[in-house]
Design a protein. Structure first.
Length: 256
């Protein structure tokens, strides 16, 4: 299919310590956004469990799963001792499929810091993030802190959801430059407390929009008329959709 140069893709990051709620938020974001296709690199399996998705271990399984609009990849079978190579292979596979599918897509990785470093960025992941916008491909990184991400990724982020995490040094400077109130971030209550309100977050966009909430709000917050705590950020205009998995995806696969 032709490129989609008029589509403004959204590069998203969810930052938070373990048990903060970032993966739950990411799962809600993926489910609540009308993507035509979702490519999930999920060797740990947490994201797929939240979404009740089977994880694929072969290319044939991935192609079949893509008919549903959800392709979650576990590299254990194909890359048993090199998950970084598995991430690179899946990024390249997803990018090649994004060229053939119309509509809005997303490439997501849970705990991205495990498969790249602040000094090394696999070329295939860089291609998804920088060139994916030409084919309607969004990017979602889930990790602990901004400093986990390669310096080439951080300036490309359009939207950040920040949960409870350590805020100091270079990470603090980056989040402050994005417009976050650092004192507010330090007071966020993680989901693991299990005492509402918890799973608190602040979301900011590059153009300065902001909202906050909790994955598990207090009963008074649920009863009140305040902002919805669902955790799905405002969405930019999308290209033509074929539905969640939709017939356009299935048609492209039949032409394979």
């Amino acid at each position: 299919m032709p490129a989609q140069p008029d589509y403004s893709s959204t590069n998203v990051a969810a930052f938070g310590a373990g048990g903060s709620g970032k993966t739950t938020w990411a799962a809600r974001y993926l489910r609540g956004t009308p993507f035509q296709a979702r490519f999930l690199f999920d060797p740990i399996g947490a994201l797929s469990r939240y979404l009740s998705l089977p994880r694929c271990q072969t290319e044939e399984q991935l192609v079949q799963a893509l008919r549903t609009g959800w392709a979650s990849y576990d590299p254990a079978a194909m890359f048993p001792s090199d998950y970084e190579a598995g991430a690179a292979w899946f990024a390249d596979w997803s990018f090649r499929w994004s060229e053939r599918l119309s509509g809005r897509k997303v490439w997501a990785c849970d705990e991205l810091w495990r498969f790249m470093t602040s000094t090394r960025l696999p070329a295939e992941i860089r291609t998804v993030m920088l060139a994916g916008r030409n084919y309607g491909m969004d990017f979602l990184a889930i990790t602990h802190r901004p400093t986990d991400l390669h310096p080439q990724i951080r300036p490309q982020l359009d939207l950040i959801a920040c949960f409870s995490t350590t805020v100091d040094g270079e990470a603090a400077r980056y989040l402050e430059s994005f417009g976050f109130d650092l004192d507010r971030l330090r007071r966020l209550r993680p989901a693991k407390l299990r005492q509402p309100p918890c799973g608190e977050f602040v979301v900011r966009t590059l153009n300065g929009d902001e909202y906050s909430g909790a994955l598990y709000p207090s009963s008074s917050a649920r009863a009140g008329g305040g902002r919805s705590p669902r955790g799905t950020p405002p969405q930019p205009p999308s290209v033509a959709q074929g539905g969640p998995g939709g017939r356009e995806t299935d048609g492209a696969l039949r032409q394979r």
